[in-house]
Design a protein around this ligand. Structure first.
Ligand code: NI
Length: 289
């Protein structure tokens, strides 16, 4: 103990060592003050980081619409095939040289595989809309899996290949379901950005007018080939969409055309010209879902 006291004293008594200690003390005091000052902003930054959602590094698997560089749209028809209405619609589509996408119900595919086969043969896309139209968000993983597998099997048996797209009934699906369904079945989840609410049977004119009003390049138009009024609305709907310059592709074709949402260089985007050139609609944004 006596030794350490001597040591302390000897440090402070040496003039050089005393100077050195003073410097050290100053440095310590300075860094302490700096640390105190720096602490609040650091905490702030961390809090802000936690609030910011993770960057979308994962590939997109859900689509309401697609950002495309041309007047392309996808007409989609759900809940069929219907024994009477779907063949009628297929005739219309053939006359207009329009390719559409059918989100079929597995039960109906099993009942009318020949209609589904004809649709596929004529260039339309066949996609899954579940086996019996239940609400996926309220179901067990096992029940959803069974709905999907049975439908996939029925479609494969009708057209010789599995679908690659799924539209969950009512557009109802959890984020977790989207992920495991995509991982297990490889499906992209396809919703819509144009909904004429044709299932409420508002009459062909209303169905047509709603579609014409809402459709823009990259739109995915929802309707149902199980309602007579919807099929009745299609000839004039197709005519008028064509007159507006729209071109019809299947959903998979539309997805393959996807272009970056911000294709304009940053420097240009600030300018007036770029603002003018930018597409008027914000793709991917839709009121529903
Ligand atoms: Ni449906």
């Amino acid at each position: 103990m006596a030794g350490s006291a001597t040591y302390t004293r000897s440090i402070f008594y040496h003039p050089l060592m005393a100077k050195y200690c003073l410097l050290l003390a100053c440095a310590a005091a300075f860094s302490f003050t700096f640390a105190l000052r720096a602490e609040p902003p650091v905490q702030h930054a961390e809090a802000a980081q936690q609030k910011t959602p993770a960057p979308p590094n994962e590939p997109k698997i859900t689509f309401n619409s697609v950002h495309v560089d041309g007047p392309y749209i996808a007409m989609t028809f759900d809940d069929g095939p219907s024994a009477v209405l779907t063949p009628k619609l297929l005739d219309l589509l053939a006359t207009h040289h329009i390719k559409a996408t059918f989100f079929v119900i597995g039960e109906n595919v099993a009942e009318h595989p020949e209609i589904v086969a004809r649709a596929a043969r004529e260039g339309h896309e066949i996609a899954s809309h579940s086996w019996s139209h239940p609400n996926f968000a309220k179901m067990s993983q096992e029940s959803v899996r069974s709905q999907l597998q049975r439908t996939d099997d029925a479609i494969k048996s009708a057209i010789g290949k599995s679908p690659t797209l799924l539209r969950p009934p009512y557009g109802s699906i959890t984020e977790r379901e989207k992920r495991w369904i995509h991982d297990e079945f490889g499906y992209d989840i396809v919703l819509w950005d144009v909904d004429p609410l044709d299932w409420k049977r508002p009459g062909p004119a209303v169905v047509r007018n709603r579609i014409l009003k809402e459709t823009r390049p990259g739109s995915i138009v929802l309707s149902h080939d199980i309602h007579p009024g919807t099929v009745e609305a299609m000839p004039s709907t197709f005519d008028e969409l064509e007159a507006k310059g729209f071109k019809f592709v299947t959903v998979s074709e539309l997805l393959a055309m996807a272009s970056p949402v911000t294709p304009y260089p940053k420097a240009e985007a600030v300018g007036k010209t770029a603002a003018k050139a930018a597409p008027p609609a914000v793709p991917g944004s839709s009121p529903g879902d």
